[in-house]
Design a protein. Structure first.
Length: 183
């Protein structure tokens, strides 16, 4: 997973529509667009236009596909859909609460509308949150988010240089008090 996924643009969708009408294979579309075959197949399946009143107009159309994709992305963003929830979350952030505390407090209070910490972080680092500079209210004031699973390895707790076979002679012979394991 070294590359970052980007959404299909309207130009790519126009090309897919033309190729679809020309009956170009999906594999060839994917090769030219430098995308996965699964991406093209998913695009054709998800954004297929069908209307029961107009059965002859069924098919893939780039304008309707782009609108459907934009609607799906907007529908999934809870803090954009519910402004009163967003105002509540932003107020708590400005009062010094972390996203973890906000999410857990909503669960504890049994709020009808609630969000998890990941939703809050995504909103903070999205375009809307960056314009309001909400990252400043986080504990570490990070403008860019660190990857969740790419943490640094911790140093070993015991020094590996001193091993039992390489201990000093007076310790090895146990002549003094304190050189025994039990004391």
């Amino acid at each position: 997973m070294g590359t970052v996924y980007s959404q299909l643009s309207i130009e790519e969708r126009r090309r897919i529509e033309r190729w679809r009408h020309a009956r170009v294979p999906v594999r060839e579309m994917a090769r030219v667009l430098k995308r996965s075959k699964a991406t093209i197949n998913r695009e054709l399946k998800r954004n297929y236009f069908s209307d029961p009143c107009l059965p002859k107009c069924d098919g893939y159309y780039c304008a309707s596909a782009h609108r459907k994709a934009a609607d799906r992305r907007a529908r999934q963003r809870k803090l954009i859909r519910y402004p009163q929830l967003r105002e509540c979350v932003v107020e708590w952030l400005k009062n010094g609460w972390t996203p973890e505390q906000i999410g857990n407090r909503m669960i504890y209070e049994g709020a009808m509308l609630r969000v998890c910490q990941e939703t809050i972080y995504r909103y903070i680092y999205a375009q809307e949150g960056m314009t309001d500079e909400l990252w400043w209210y986080l504990p570490e004031h990070r403008m860019c988010r660190r990857p969740r699973r790419a943490r640094k390895r911790q140093a070993p707790k015991f020094d590996c240089d001193v091993s039992i076979p390489f201990r000093p002679d007076d310790v090895a012979h146990r002549r003094q008090f304190g050189h025994w394991e039990g004391d």
